[in-house]
Design a protein around this ligand. Sequence first.
Ligand code: PAF
Length: 271
Amino acid sequence: MRAWSLARKCAGRSIGFVPTMGALHEGHASLLREAVSRDHVSVLSIFVNPAQFAPNEDLDKYPRTWDADLALAEAIGVDLVYAPNAATMYPAGFATYVQVERLADGLCSRTRPHFFRGVATVVVKLFNAVLPDHAYFGQKDAQQCAVIRRMARDLDLGVEIVEMPIVRETDGLAMSSRNRYLGPEDRQRALCLHQGLQRAEALLRAGERDAATVKKLVREALSAVEIDYVELVDAETMAPLERVDRPVLLAVAAQVGPARLIDNIKFAPVD
Ligand code: PAF
């Protein structure tokens, strides 16, 4: 992988990179299209990263749709698909992990404490192999984007992190590989995540600045699902806020039947 990238870099080509765990959907496709249009060459990685799953999570049943993923990558014009295996990524004796502090403390870390260590570690390893100029991530995983952006700055990785907007189904459900786990009833119930966030956005636009009031409205909208968190945080540092006095991230996570789903909005007050 690195030899391929070095040859392109020496020829003055920029490399756009989209790291994924496969099971590609329209959200991934939007990242791939951006990489293809913005960079000279584009790389998609597919690797279901064991280090970001706890033993009780869905590593084994995480959807693997290899043929469809390759067909999508080809249709979009991706130049190379990099698909290392677990033994290559984590050889026997592997002992080095990347831990991003503070940003990786709240939100998803409360129920998934292992998660960002696994993500940060694999992303550094993938960056070291692919040597990208730009790496494209989706805003749906807003905390992941913030953690990776911080890590890229702190460790001087020389990679620009590009965050792309959330892609939604026509009824508003944020696209996710885990939406495949939802039966028809859970699929319908899952819509309340986006609906709650939309109501909160309307409240924020109308001038509400008290975080507790905004979160209460979202919690009420999520009454039919099992809430993991509803948090209003600083959009860059992920620190919890009481007042909306700077750009914020309003993020939710909930268990909907067999699927743990996340969604969010960003809001910047103009007053
Ligand atoms: O967002 C994902 O699919 C994964 O967390 C990532 C960034 C590919 C790391 O395994």
